[in-house]
Design a protein around this ligand. Structure first.
Ligand code: C2E
Ligand code: MG
Ligand code: MG
Ligand code: MG
Length: 279
């Protein structure tokens, strides 16, 4: 950020973002109002076991629909919310909401369905995370049904502290997944030390898998790595039958993607879950 630029142009841009400070300020102000008006909601994208042809879980994803702005993508508002301190209340709301939803699944006979919840970098590195999570989930739901998704970028600051936090979560029974795997730079030697359960292959590798040798090689090596480290693995962003078949032939057992389903609201998810998958 440059003060000088701010005076010169008022509407200056920060190096890592495409939005001006003014735009970010307005976005945060609208987001605050939407939180008060309870306009945030969660949707659930099915995760399918392709051998059993069965929905085994869902990823909980936040949605923000504002009366003036319409739909705002989380890829746009989350980085700004993180920077402006709004991700703490939003993250807490996501956790509480997910806990209630898991109780609701149980009442609807979805007793083994797992729920993946995204934990932002700021949230993961917040000292209050462990007590907060204990407070929300303790004695309420079976925490082994919950998979907390963390991206590699959350780890950069202090690896030992990150590992300690991961163990804190594991001690409470949660499963841990590394999201967008392959896009960060966590070294493989660290991976061995992480008490994680699953890798999520980033969708950028799946997108062109049919015509990019490089992506085929990357996906193959992630599958190998997962097998050798005894981790589960899921491919994200599978949109077509060709991609599904290709990934299946490489031996990937789990898939999340528009091919099976877009993220669904809570009611739709239960219906989808109870339907036979004929694909
Ligand atoms: P992510 O955690 O990697 O989530 C997967 C994203 O890929 C979702 O985008 C999902 O809708 C999208 N996706 C799934 N299948 C396909 C497909 O076949 N094709 C394509 N093109 N996209 C697919 P979404 O919901 O827009 O979320 C984007 C990112 O925002 C998430 O990436 C996650 O990093 C973040 N996010 C979303 N909800 C939350 C949340 O509740 N908390 C936190 N901390 N982050 C969240
Ligand atoms: Mg995720
Ligand atoms: Mg991802
Ligand atoms: Mg992502």
């Amino acid at each position: 950020e440059s003060r000088k630029e701010e005076f010169n142009t008022f509407c200056f841009y920060e190096s890592n973002m495409n939005e001006s400070v003014v735009e970010q300020f307005q976005l945060i102000s609208d987001l605050r109002k939407s939180i008060e008006r309870r306009e945030l909601k969660m949707v659930y994208q099915p995760q399918v076991d392709i051998l059993k042809n069965k929905t085994v879980g869902a990823e909980a994803l936040i949605r923000w629909e504002n009366r003036d702005r319409g739909f705002v993508s989380p890829t746009r508002f989350i980085p700004i919310a993180e920077k402006k301190g709004l991700m703490t209340p939003i993250g807490e709301w996501v956790l509480r909401n997910s806990c209630n939803q898991l109780e609701n699944w149980k009442e609807n006979n979805l007793r083994e369905t797992t729920m993946a919840i995204n934990i932002s970098g700021v949230q993961f590195n917040d000292k209050r995370l462990l007590p907060l999570i204990r407070n929300i989930f303790y004695n309420k739901v079976d925490t082994s049904l919950i998979e907390l998704e963390i991206t590699e970028s959350a780890f950069v600051d202090d690896i030992d502290l990150s590992i300690k936090t991961m163990y804190g979560l594991k001690d409470m029974g949660f499963k841990l997944a590394i999201d967008d795997f392959g896009t960060g730079f966590s070294s493989l030697s660290y991976l061995k030390r992480f008490p994680i359960d699953k890798l999520k292959i980033d969708k950028s590798f799946i997108e062109n898998i049919l015509d990019e040798q490089g992506n085929i090689a990357i996906v193959k090596s992630i599958l190998n790595l997962a097998q050798n480290l005894d981790l589960k693995v899921i491919a994200e962003g599978v949109e077509t039958v060709e991609q599904r078949d290709f990934i299946k032939n490489l031996g990937c057992p789990l898939i999340q993607g528009f091919y099976y389903s877009r993220p669904l609201d809570a009611k739709e998810f239960i219906l989808f879950h109870n339907d036979k998958i004929n694909k």
